[in-house]
Design a protein around this ligand. Structure first.
Ligand code: NAP
Length: 237
């Protein structure tokens, strides 16, 4: 049985990825931060296993990874999907604490969980890591400077790590979504959505399925590493 750890897997993009990975033959282990109800529901509905841990805390991450390896013996695939965004605001209005939290969850979380699973993957001389970045990691988003910086960091991390671990038969890629319909964007009004769609080449907001399909493509394509795949309806153009 192939084991996949999906961080932020109890809802939104992460949940859809876990569902699609199950169809590819993986046993998904979903990580989450706070929403026990959503995690329980996902486990009951889809026969997942869940682990609660804050990806920004090294001790919690290492405990989570040790638990999975003790239970299942290995981790074949890691999807770093856990992430947070601030409500859109200019940098001058972002506090030190807010900025640090976004950096710690999005960027440090990706680094810490990758580091934690690598020992097992290197020993097995096999592994796949897929990071969930954002179109803003390349393009930058006004009033989302800190979030954009974390996603740009994830892009650079993806490329650098892919070179470092290729010898151990480990592939590292990323998906860079545009605007996807999840809780993260629940605060955006209907009018704002409509005006955003008008500007978008494909004229629609993305679905969690659009992103999960790209993750599966990266998982299946064994000659791809160091790639950042945009899934954004043409936003990056
Ligand atoms: P979401 O519905 O808000 O889900 C966020 C997930 O991250 C939840 O599972 C949450 O767990 C988990 N999480 C948050 N902080 C965590 C922490 N410290 N440790 C572990 N897990 C944590 O968001 P989403 O839209 O699915 O976003 C998923 C990823 O896609 C993020 O990395 C986001 O940046 C990226 N993305 C999203 C969009 C978009 O338009 N939605 C666009 C580009 C990129 P709890 O629910 O338990 O707190």
């Amino acid at each position: 049985m192939k084991i996949a750890l999906v961080t932020g897997g109890n809802k939104g993009i992460g949940l859809e990825i876990a569902k699609k990975l199950k169809k590819l033959g993986y046993k998904p282990v979903i990580n989450y931060f706070s929403d026990d109800v959503a995690a329980k529901k996902a486990c009951e509905e889809f026969d997942f296993c869940s682990v609660k841990a804050d990806v920004s805390k090294e001790e919690e991450v290492n405990k989570m990874v040790s638990f999975i390896i003790e239970k299942f013996g290995k981790i074949d695939l890691l999807v770093n999907c856990a992430g947070i965004a601030l409500k859109q605001k200019v940098l001058l209005d972002v506090s030190y604490e807010e900025a640090l939290r976004v950096v710690n969850v999005n960027l440090m979380g990706t680094i810490l969980v990758s580091k934690a699973v690598l020992e097992n993957m290197i020993a097995n001389r096999s592994g796949i890591i897929v990071n969930i970045s954002s179109v803003y990691g390349e393009k930058g988003g006004s009033c989302e400077a800190v979030y954009s910086a974390t996603k740009g960091g994830i892009n650079a991390f993806t490329k650098a790590l892919s070179k470092e671990v290729a010898d151990a038969n480990i592939r590292v890629n990323a998906v860079a979504p545009g605007f996807i319909d999840t809780d993260m964007n629940a605060h955006i009004t209907k009018e704002e959505r409509e005006s955003f769609c008008k500007e978008l080449p494909l004229k629609r907001i993305g679905t969690t399925e659009d992103v999960a399909n790209a993750v599966c493509f990266l998982v299946k394509n064994t000659y791809l590493t160091g790639a950042i795949i945009p899934v954004d309806g043409g936003m990056q153009c």
